[in-house]
Design a binder for this molecule. Structure first.
Ligand code: 3HC
Length: 281
């Protein structure tokens, strides 16, 4: 594999683009929002310079950056080896994207999604060839977190899963295989329950945001408490993931508490909006 086509230039898309170019891939980062693309490119440049200052790059930052091209259309996905979609968590948006990509991409290209909340099988349902479709789920911040979950949808072939695994190793990450399409996969399924419990303790007034975070940091040795982590990931992303799991399982213990929904409605999404459980400058 030589080229990667990434759809969506938000936090995850831009992080994945940077990672792939650092690993030597030719990267095309596509978004229909020109402003977002500009911001993403600047952020990647900043990050590469920062890593260069700390001697953490194998090449100079400028050379890595030249391997990233920005795109407004799907046209140049025609010669890509693998696509990673990191657009909004909306099934129709993803269906529209993959309908176009299936038409443009080579028949042997892998089509991957970084979704954290929508079943892989459901996204693949509109494809003529769902065997080449796979979940490839990265963690935030992409440059730091070692794990990538590879999720097999109902029709994903063993060959697609194996090639995706090799790709993940090639970009310096550690894969785990999720053998069937289960909502929340592994990490969000387990960690999401910790988020819900933390929110419930807060709603009941058992402890403050700061003390719950401190307890988890110091008591369990986690780098962040649940509220710090929700602010990092984005409360909208957390809510989407919770709703995805609830919709699939229909188990009431997965239903997101009111405080989370209200904060999302109020635009308090965490670090990206400057306000979540904490305030950010
Ligand atoms: N590129 C390069 N450098 C960067 C950078 C970037 N993108 N972002 C920050 N840095 C730099 C900072 O500027 C700082 O540099 P300095 O020391 O020269 O000032 C340095 O890196 C350290 O930055 P931080 O202080 O922010 O880093 P920490 O060492 O405190 O670690 C952390 C931060 C990695 C986020 C750590 O707290 C951690 O591991 N937290 C847990 C994260 C986690 O659990 N993620 C998974 C979330 S779940 C998920 O993503 C799934 C999804 O589906 C919801």
């Amino acid at each position: 594999m030589k080229t990667v086509f990434i759809v969506g230039s938000g936090i995850m898309g831009s992080g994945i683009a940077q990672l792939c170019s650092q690993a030597g891939y030719e990267v095309r980062l596509m978004d229909n929002d020109q402003k977002m693309l500009g911001k993403a490119f600047k952020k990647i440049e900043w990050s590469l310079n920062k890593l260069e200052e700390k001697s953490l790059l194998k090449e100079n930052a400028g050379d890595i950056l030249t391997r990233i091209k920005i795109e407004n259309t799907f046209e140049n996905a025609s010669d890509t080896d693998i696509v990673i979609e990191a657009a909004f968590e909306n099934l129709k948006t993803k269906h529209d994207i993959f309908k176009e990509l299936e038409h443009v991409c080579r028949p042997d290209a892998i089509l991957g999604t970084n979704t954290s909340s929508i079943p892989i099988t459901e996204i693949a349902s509109i494809l003529k060839n769902p065997q080449r479709f796979v979940g490839i789920h990265f963690f935030n911040p992409v440059h730091k977190m070692k794990l990538v979950e590879i999720i097999k949808g109902f029709a994903t072939s063993d060959d697609t899963a194996q090639k995706t695994k090799e790709f993940v190793f090639s970009i310096g990450k550690e894969p785990v295989m999720v053998n069937c399409d289960s909502a929340g996969f592994i990490v969000n399924r387990i960690n999401g329950m910790a988020f819900l419990e933390a929110l419930q303790l807060l709603e009941k007034g058992v402890a403050s945001v700061e003390d719950i975070d401190k307890a988890i940091r110091l008591g369990l040795g986690n780098p962040m408490g649940p509220f710090e982590l929700m602010d990092l990931v984005g409360l909208d992303v957390v809510l989407n993931a919770r709703m995805g799991i609830y919709n699939e399982t229909r188990q009431p213990n997965h239903f997101p508490p009111g405080i989370l929904k209200n904060m999302v409605k109020a635009g308090c999404l965490g670090r990206k909006t400057g306000k979540g459980f904490y305030e950010y400058k």
